[in-house]
Design a protein around this ligand. Structure first.
Ligand code: CO
Length: 256
């Protein structure tokens, strides 16, 4: 069942989204050559507490139930697609594509957002990968309107990404979000149009295309979390938390 939120709940999600977006933007500005990814995590965690929120990912249980995510922000570089773990031994370099995925809980409600920063100098294909992934997110958001079907989002993302010769990652999906980080439905980034539940006003989704420069296939490393492309080519990830509205969706994780 997809939970339709009240305006009061949406207001709380707006605040969680605002804090998520603000911190994500601040961390994005820290992405520079020579910076260890642990520094981004320390900043995100401190800033979250300072703003009266709770990091949403820290200690989040793995689907296996055997381990928990050990940090507050996911930092995934190049062939790492999602769920990279920050470390003192991982240092950002020129030309890197650094994907940041972050969320908070505020007043019982979640925000979730991701973006990828390109560290200059960037080659043309990497720059294109960033632009296409970001635009794919916006195509998905545009497809999320009352009366549409869930898979219209999936199809809009996949069609756009593949028209640029990139691979859309299939092993991870977007998701419903609210008083849990992951609610129904799962939102795949591929598939035919016209399938799945009809979308209604006040449904809240995290839409998150993950795009690979080459083949879409990924594998998870032995840390149990870090997903990497099998062919070793770089990837990008953009995500927003949105509310379905008549007209166009409201983006909750946008910075003013
Ligand atoms: Co998410």
């Amino acid at each position: 069942m997809i939970i339709i939120k009240s305006e009061d709940e949406i207001e709380k999600m707006r605040e969680a989204g605002r804090i998520t977006a603000l911190i994500l933007q601040e961390v994005a500005r820290m992405v520079k050559p020579g910076v260890p990814t642990s520094r981004l995590n320390e900043y995100a965690e401190r800033r979250t507490r300072e703003l009266g929120a709770i990091p949403a990912f820290k200690n989040y249980p793995h689907p296996s139930g055997l381990i928990r995510y050990p940090a507050s922000i996911c930092v995934s570089i190049n062939e790492e697609v999602v769920h990279g773990i920050p470390s003192r031994n991982k240092v950002i370099r020129e030309g890197d594509l650094v994907s940041l995925d972050f969320g908070v809980i505020k007043d019982g409600y979640y925000g979730d957002s991701a973006l990828t920063v390109g560290v200059e100098p960037l080659d043309d294909r990497r720059r294109e990968l960033l632009n296409v992934t970001k635009e794919a997110l916006y195509r998905g958001i545009e497809a999320a309107k009352p009366g549409a079907r869930l898979s219209d989002i999936s199809n809009a993302v996949q069609t756009y990404v593949e028209s640029h010769g990139f691979g859309i990652v299939r092993d991870f999906t977007g998701h419903g979000i609210g008083s849990s980080l992951h609610e129904e439905p799962q939102i795949p980034n591929f598939g035919p149009k016209g399938r799945g539940p009809v979308l209604r006003e006040r449904m809240t989704f995290a839409i998150e295309p993950m795009v690979a420069m080459g083949d879409w296939r990924v594998m998870v490393k032995s840390d149990g979390w870090t997903a990497v492309t099998v062919d070793g080519l770089p990837s990008a990830h953009f995500e927003h938390t949105i509310v379905v509205r008549e007209g166009e969706a409201e983006i909750l994780t946008k910075v003013e």
